[in-house]
Design a protein around this ligand. Sequence first.
Ligand code: BES
Ligand code: MN
Ligand code: ZN
Length: 490
Amino acid sequence: MTDLTPVSFAATDLDAFANHAGRIAVIVTPEGKLEQSGRRVNRLSKGALQRFVDSDRFAKVKVGQVVSMAWPAGMAAEAVDLICLPRNHSVGEARKAGAALGKVRGDAALLMAVDGARRVAEVVFGCVMRDYTFSAHKTDAEANTTGITVMCTKPDEAEAAASPLLAIAEGTFMTRDLVNEPANVLTTTEFADRLAEMTSLGLEVEVLEEAELEKLGMRTLLCVGQGSDSPSKVVVMQWKGGAKDTAPLALVGKGVVFDTGGISLKPAAGMEDMTMDMGGAGVVAGTMRALAKRKAKANVVGLVGLVENMPSGNATRPGDVVTSMKGDTVEVINTDAEGRLVLCDVMWYAQERFEPAGMIDLATLTGAIIIGLGHENAGVFSNDDALCNAFLKAAEKENEGAWRMPLGKAYDDMLKSRIADMKNIGGRPAGSVTAAQFLQRFVKEDTPWIHLDIAGVASVKSATGLAPAGATGWGVMALSRLVADNFETE
Ligand code: BES
Ligand code: MN
Ligand code: ZN
């Protein structure tokens, strides 16, 4: 896995400020007020910092930006980086500043001379989240091992505040690695193996193989993978951090390791992007890792359906009718609408086995959600206002775009089949809604449920706030926040 930037915490040490050979970061308010640590650096630099802050040059600096002052007198540092943050900054502003700091620092060792546990933690988090490169397949890649040292008056407090955030960063990195990984490397077996490794973090991980899935009756899931040499699998990850008898929150992920479309083959142009079609499963995996790492006091179960959608002599044909685990029959009109076929069986299994307090599925489900919402927001569909609003609030707090979409009987009617209980597509209009409607047919009446269509946000062509181009890890922060705010005991 891509390693997080190493971060260490220490008590303020004036000699270290004077002798540090890399860069030193300090916080300054837009009005030009330095913190205690900043004032110390200022004294070492014989007042150069304050002169810079008082200059016209600084007047143009905005909240969340970083300006650098090179080779300060009286110090060994190559630069002092001034982070512009007001006293009452938002979480987003501190993270943005952290990301900006990460950018200017490059490979230099960074000493943060900053105060206030909470803000330090958020700045460090932004810096670490942005400091990600997927270099597993670059032969000339050199690991950047220069880390961040945080020096403040109460290093223990700062470390305690940062540690749950670093757990989330680690979960996000796992998601990004999985989503960036090409399909010849990340086969269904390799994916399951990487998840099984998380037992070392205290997660219970089970891998259900094809024979067991067959016995359970998961024919809709199996029919997607039957054209591939890679075996279909369902992986169940349980985190039992909550009270013994409380029902868990279930997270269900679409894990199509590659989506050719099957017999309803996709066009060649852009098909390589379908290596990210396991993005939902990737977010479930990363969230489970983050929860285990920060020892969340909640019961959460993550389930992923891992399949590869390939054309072959024994692939599912358009027109085939298959029976789901629930018992409902599906006429497969288009083998490229495969995600819903995978999810419906895993969702049914999750409810039968765990009777969850809530169920959230994540999937790169439809191209139509990209037409509707672009790369700014995931589509949110739900049968339960309370759970849905809790999620939207969590996503907003974490600056992860999420927008609620409608459900309704008229959309459901579009799935009627002449010969089976339903078709797997509803036609071009409202493609994302009919996909959600298909899933809802496999949600029990009393299960609060959210479907997140993340096709537009899982992977992007240009860098966003906290992520470089490629896999973003969208959702790990919001889901971890949802759990913290609504499902944790104490
Ligand atoms: N994996 C795709 C959806 C997708 C498209 C994800 C673009 C990311 C980027 C999904 O399996 C799919 O092929 N959906 C079809 C559904 C259609 C056949 C009803 C689509 O969106 O075109
Ligand atoms: Mn498809
Ligand atoms: Zn797909």
